[in-house]
Design a protein around this ligand. Sequence first.
Ligand code: FMN
Length: 305
Amino acid sequence: MNIPDLKVKIGSIEMKNPVTVASGTFGYGPEYADYVDLDRLGAITVKGISAEPHVGNETPRTFETASGMLNAIGLPGPGANGFCEKYLPFFESYSVPLIVNVWGKTVEDYGRVAEILDGPARVNALEVNVSCPNVKEGGALYGTDVDLFRSVVDEVRSKTEKPIIIKLAPNVANIKLFAKAAEACGADGISIMNSYPAMGIDIETRKPQLANRTGGLSGPAIKPIAMKLVWEAAQVVDIPIIGMGGVSTPEDALEFIIAGASAVAVGTANFTDPSTAVRVIDGIERWLSAKNIASVDDLVGTVKT
Ligand SMILES: Cc1cc2nc3c(=O)[nH]c(=O)nc-3n(C[C@H](O)[C@H](O)[C@H](O)COP(=O)(O)O)c2cc1C
């Protein structure tokens, strides 16, 4: 049996395997260190960080659905400087690449957070969230208007030399437009997808299940949506795609890779089993080995349409 090569490159980041965790589902890293050997992961993607500290939304912030969850956390966080002081020292004893997810309320905010995080060497890449459905400003609008989208990517690109990965919104008419715009603005990779704007109502109180009224749907329910978007985007860009949306098994991950993703992220599944990503890595390796496929790269985008 061959031992397949699992390595993946996203810009200058070398991932030893194609599996990371989805932002917001794995804290800032230390919270999961007792349950998972963090250095087994291809990369760690941490919860969204803005230039200034942010409190997030009122509770309830989450609600379980038939095959996934709704959330409207609202991006609480310690701000970029707070993150660097509080969390970066922890990562000095790990070699896993660190991807910091960033967001802003204005184009300038995106630039400021990128500028601050451009400093510390331990931050290996930025994932730019232009697609959060749960904050009033920024997020949703920047991810669905291609001109605003370009202005955010341009601003971030101008403030950092580090690899930038742009996280696309699923609720757009033409994902190819956004994927191509990200690549043209100098992005090193694309993440697809953020949670899908959604809502639930309690019929007794007739109130929305989330204090924010609407939120984002994630988990197995959205996997087929994400698959189509990854497949479409992969047809028009050369930069790597990180596929996400409902990954909880090695087969889910392989499906994304065959659709055109170079790497995948495990999100909501971390809440039921924090070791999901490690199981997914081991399963990908076993499957490639059984099929005698030499490298995970050889599988990317091999869907027979
Ligand atoms: C509780 C929760 C918090 C999230 N927070 C963020 C965030 O801070 N930044 C971001 O870009 N995406 C965030 N997301 C979206 C996920 O990173 C991911 O794109 C989405 O959940 C789809 O993957 P999944 O179905 O595997 O969860 C969050 C998702 C959940 C469920």
